[in-house]
Write a protein that binds this ligand. Structure first.
Ligand code: NAD
Length: 287
């Protein structure tokens, strides 16, 4: 396995981003971050998805820096906290993330949630546009934005979002929203790509799903690999989380097989709109 195994997607502004990265939510212990990121880099992961609310930007930055891998070979994403949508607050929050990550630019910065209660995400977007124009971030985007939130951004923006990070997996395929994103030059990126932290147990049992398990036998791959491969072939960027070395390897070993069209349709048919995380119109002060 090597970093070259992972395909790069081209965002609307030409920036290239690994289609598979490591999500680091809930990897908080210093030792755990060190093991996870060092192992991931050795396997070939080059993209890391963090956020201030995960409480690990400092650790992520230190370990990436200490790895000796050139800054331009690593793709770092962070996010704007929900309470920081005012223009000046957004600029400050971005600077704090850069400081914690110990970098002088970010690769991707996302508005974490639209938080309709505040109705300030358009104002926040103007701050992201400024950061982008000033060269502090190579690409800008949103997270948890549904079509109506995106349409509001389109009405006022000078630069369209390049990525929309969304809860997405075979139980929540959000096909119309993903199509809308692609039609507008926005790459969908899946969070809870394996069904979320509770996979294998209630409320989401995606990796124990019978269809996924029968395809796992058919392709000689694990259920997690089948699910992640489906996401890759659906033109979604995916960021499974793990700090377990064998899971990290497993999740990266998905570029040596292809799911046939018929099985892709079968996996997509598992959709039951099962959302485990909060609904974007209801997520308010969480972070
Ligand atoms: P996930 O779907 O990646 O599931 C992770 C769970 O699966 C973990 O409990 C992990 O231990 C387990 N796992 C990982 N690899 C496995 C394997 N091969 N076999 C069996 N189990 C395996 O959910 P997640 O970590 O919560 O989400 C991924 C990332 O998405 C987060 O780390 C974070 O970066 C991002 N995220 C973003 C938002 C947002 O609002 N933008 C919300 C939640 C998560």
């Amino acid at each position: 396995m090597a970093s070259e195994d992972c395909p790069l997607v081209t965002l609307a502004n030409g920036v290239r981003m690994p289609q598979l990265g490591l999500g680091v939510m809930l990897i908080n212990e210093r030792e755990q971050i060190e093991t996870a990121i060092s192992k991931a880099l050795a396997i070939g992961y080059r993209a890391f998805d963090t956020a201030p609310v995960y409480g690990n930007e400092e650790g992520v930055g230190q370990i990436v820096k200490a790895s000796g891998i050139k800054r331009e070979e690593v793709f770092l994403t962070s996010k704007l906290p929900n309470s920081q949508h005012a223009y000046g607050d957004a600029l400050k929050a971005f600077n704090l993330s850069m400081k914690k990550l110990k970098v002088d630019y970010l690769d991707l910065y996302l508005i974490h949630w639209p938080v309709p209660k505040y109705d300030r995400y358009c104002e926040a977007w103007t701050a992201l546009e400024k950061l982008y124009r000033d060269g502090f971030v190579r690409a800008i985007g949103v997270s948890n934005f549904h079509e109506h939130h995106l349409r509001k951004i389109f009405e006022m923006c000078e630069i369209k979002p390049m990525v929309n990070q969304l809860e997405c997996n075979p139980y929540l395929t959000i096909e119309p929203l993903r199509s809308f994103c692609h039609e507008n030059g926005i790459w969908p990126e899946a969070w809870f790509p394996l069904g979320g932290p509770l996979n294998g147990g209630p409320p989401n049992n995606l990796l124990a799903d019978q269809t996924i398990n029968s395809l796992s036998k058919k392709y000689g791959k694990t259920p997690a690999q089948v699910v992640l491969r489906w996401e890759i072939q659906e033109n979604v960027i995916t960021i499974p989380k793990s700090s377990n070395p064998s899971h990290l390897e497993e999740n990266f070993s998905i570029f040596d097989f292809t799911i046939c069209e018929e099985d892709m349709v079968l996996i997509s048919s598992l959709n039951c709109d099962r959302r485990v995380g909060p609904h974007p119109d209801k997520c308010e002060d969480l972070f």
